[in-house]
Design a protein around this ligand. Structure first.
Ligand SMILES: [Zn+2]
Length: 286
């Protein structure tokens, strides 16, 4: 097992070799965080100090040192770009345009970076399952419990059904004057606290999933219609919101759009927080 001290030494050595020109305008701490499924590291500004957290799984000796080094290089690149540090921000988005990779490569870390991503690609899945059987089991349990809660909640009387939503879609397609059949299916989403949107499109499965709370009739038909129409139009005109909006307005969906957007902005977040808890309490009542 690699100690905190070991981690600090790696950090100092990466700084000396690859970030010697960077003035540490605010102090940087590095330590191990939780064992995470995906994220290898993170950097955040906490009370004027940059805190780099490295996935605790990287403390295992089986993970090559270059994976740790690459993760440190990745987080330090964010630091240089003004993310998680007090340096001025160089980009609008932390990752867009591969800016981190480019930064690492320009600092002589390309080989380490490529080695690390190859190792992660080939080994991380199995490694994670081996190391975190307990976590995976917990996650499976949580997922099946979540599924059960939603099933029970959706089965309560007078909920909206997917069949109903499909019928609304047929009507909307007519209104949108589109001959493009929706070649995806629709279903409920087994939503957790992180699902903040009203609907999600899963490209590789070809399925549009609605947040389960949309089955609640307290939410108006306009909100549901908007979600259905949004994805349909998006498939036709692309992801640009101004184009989607224009298309909807041209096809008589103005009042739907106005009502749905206003509701989402003003009500949805509070509604969701309040009612998702209700969904998850169902299982405990039984
Ligand atoms: Zn990053």
């Amino acid at each position: 097992m690699r100690t905190d001290e070991w981690l600090n030494q790696r950090f100092q050595s990466i700084l000396r070799a690859h970030f010697y020109d960077v003035e540490l305008v605010n102090p940087v701490d590095i330590n191990y965080g939780i064992r995470a499924r995906r994220r290898l590291g993170s950097i955040a500004l906490v009370n004027g100090r940059s805190v780099i957290r490295i996935n605790r799984l990287l403390a295992e000796d089986i993970v090559p040192q270059y994976v740790v080094d690459a993760t440190i290089g990745h987080e330090m690149s964010h630091y240089v770009h003004g993310f998680g540090s007090t340096l001025s921000r160089k980009f609008k988005h932390a990752h867009r345009g591969s800016v981190v990779d480019i930064e690492m490569d320009s600092r002589g870390m390309q080989e380490i970076r490529l080695q690390a991503s190859a190792w992660v690609r080939e080994n991380w899945g199995t490694f994670y399952v081996d190391e975190c059987d307990d976590l995976s089991a917990k996650k499976d349990l949580r997922d099946s419990r979540r599924q059960l809660c939603w099933e029970m909640w959706l089965a309560q009387c007078d909920r909206r059904s997917i069949a109903e939503i499909e019928a609304r879609q047929v009507a909307l397609l007519r209104q949108l004057k589109t001959s493009v059949a929706a070649d995806y299916r629709m279903d409920w989403l087994v939503a957790g606290p992180r699902h903040t949107a009203l609907s999600y499109f899963y490209d590789n499965e070809g399925v549009l999933r609605f947040h389960g709370l949309l089955a609640d009739r307290k939410i108006s038909d306009a909100v549901v219609d908007f979600e259905i129409a949004y994805w349909q139009v998006r498939h036709q005109v692309g992801a640009d919101w101004s184009k989607i909006r224009k298309f909807m307005l041209q096809h008589g969906l103005e009042s739907t759009l106005v009502e749905a957007v206003a509701w989402r902005q003003r009500v949805w977040s509070v509604f969701r927080k309040h009612h998702v808890d209700e969904v998850f309490q169902i299982a405990e009542q039984c």
